[in-house]
Design a protein around this ligand. Structure first.
Ligand SMILES: [Zn+2]
Length: 173
């Protein structure tokens, strides 16, 4: 957690889907289905590879992603029944990932988010609803600090409430 740059950047890192996982998802997603590119019609689809919304007409794909399973594969955790998969938008081709950003992605004041907390074994150990305030980054910083105040929390998933879809992952700094 940064102490000197709190007015310039977020306190926690929003992680995009890792390049190695993206390479696999672009062949076959976490539900075993092929990745089918399409055109974003109106744009605004949250791209989890680049942590930005799609532009109108941009080539995107909707794939099934299992964020906890992917995290657990790197840590040796066994989430068991807590493993879930769901739809996420990605670029169907190599895209280079997110540009450096000083803000959390996919925010706007009033948007509803859930922050689901997991322990090092991959079990859910709590969660909370967050309505993003006028300063969304400050609201997320505070909610994440609250989550990591519990020493057993290793990982937080930030999700949209209405669709339930995974937005990004934050690991204990
Ligand atoms: Zn991308």
């Amino acid at each position: 957690m940064s102490t000197e740059a709190t007015h310039l950047t977020t306190a926690y890192l929003a992680r995009p889907i890792a390049p190695s996982a993206l390479a696999e998802l672009r062949a076959s997603d976490d539900a075993g289905r092929p990745c089918v590119p399409r055109r974003a019609t109106d744009g605004g689809d949250p791209l989890r590879c680049c942590l930005r919304p799609s532009a109108p007409g941009e080539r995107i794909a909707l794939v099934s992603y299992a964020p906890l399973r992917r995290w657990a594969a790197g840590t040796g955790a066994e989430p068991g029944a807590y493993d879930e998969q769901g739809p996420v938008f990605i670029h169907p081709e190599d895209c280079g990932g997110p540009a450096p950003s000083e803000a959390y992605p996919f925010t706007r004041p009033g948007a509803l988010r859930t922050l689901r907390r997991y322990d090092a074994a991959g079990r859910i150990v709590g969660g909370r609803l967050l309505e993003l305030p006028e300063a969304p980054d400050e609201g997320l910083d505070a909610a994440l600090t609250e989550a990591f105040t519990d020493p057993v929390v290793a990982l937080v998933h930030v999700r949209a409430v209405e669709y339930g879809c995974f937005h990004f992952e934050v690991r204990r700094p």
